[in-house]
Design a protein around this ligand. Sequence first.
Ligand SMILES: NC(=O)c1ccc[n+]([C@@H]2O[C@H](COP(=O)([O-])OP(=O)(O)OC[C@H]3O[C@@H](n4cnc5c(N)ncnc54)[C@H](OP(=O)(O)O)[C@@H]3O)[C@@H](O)[C@H]2O)c1
Length: 278
Amino acid sequence: MPAKVAVITGASDGIGEQAAIKLKAAGWQLAAIGRNPERTEALGQALQTPWYIADFSSLQEVSALAVRLRHDWPRIDALINNAGGMFPRGKKTRDGHETTFQVNHLAHFLLTRLLMDRLLSSRASVINTSSMAHRPLGFLYRPGQPEKAFWGSTHLAYGNAKLANILFTRELHRRYHSQGLSAAAVHPGVVATSFSRNTLSPMRLLYDSALSRLPVVKTSAQGADTLVRLAQGTPGIDWVSGGYYSGFRQAVPSRMAKSDAAARALWKMSEKAVEGFL
Ligand SMILES: NC(=O)c1ccc[n+]([C@@H]2O[C@H](COP(=O)([O-])OP(=O)(O)OC[C@H]3O[C@@H](n4cnc5c(N)ncnc54)[C@H](OP(=O)(O)O)[C@@H]3O)[C@@H](O)[C@H]2O)c1
């Protein structure tokens, strides 16, 4: 049987890098995507796998990435939308969107849409890295005008972007599961990575100090486990499409994350935001 193919964003560091290493060790072919050219190339060389550079704060770069992926990969079994994190408060991308929202959600929405026919023909799994932070911090989301809630605070921007990852998963499932695509959102745990390093958020202390050795904090390799197990598992047998997973168990997301109306509104709004690239 030919090796399965995974496309992984945020593969140059942290959880995504470890997911790439684990899937490669399990015999998968990989398209490893990062923003930092040196780190991404180092991973590509180490794993002997094609690597791609794209900054998701540019929708143009996401669009160009999709063209290259479509050219190079006739089949994609798993799309792991993992790149993301927290970005400084109120920073706009060159596309005019709040950066945390664009990098964590909009860029992945666009990438997924641009690969959609390939994902459907491959009966792919789309796995979106979300966070339990959507629960305490994702409450300001307003269907139809979600970006409004994002500008004031780094933390609210992050919580809302991670809420968007779950709503996107829900709507992907609703629209495409009957055509063969499956989708899941994942909270990887609290994982000692480079997360929030470039912000003033006190959260960075948890990841970037002796606190990262607390037993509740996972290593990047442990943080990658759920992504890898879902990619390797069979939807409908090992996991439920449309679900939100934490520690490989289906978890209950926030009330807003379970709203079909919010999921549809986010889809419509995201489609409008990227319409120049579809
Ligand atoms: N760490 C945690 O406790 C935790 C908890 C819940 C959810 N998460 C989520 O897990 C995912 C991975 O984060 P991590 O913890 O592994 O952090 P990380 O070590 O900082 O890795 C983040 C990855 O995202 C990429 N990235 C960041 N900004 C980007 C941009 N503008 N364009 C393209 N790629 C970009 C980075 O690329 P470069 O390195 O090449 O710049 C890197 O590969 C994120 O979605 C995060 O929200 C993390």
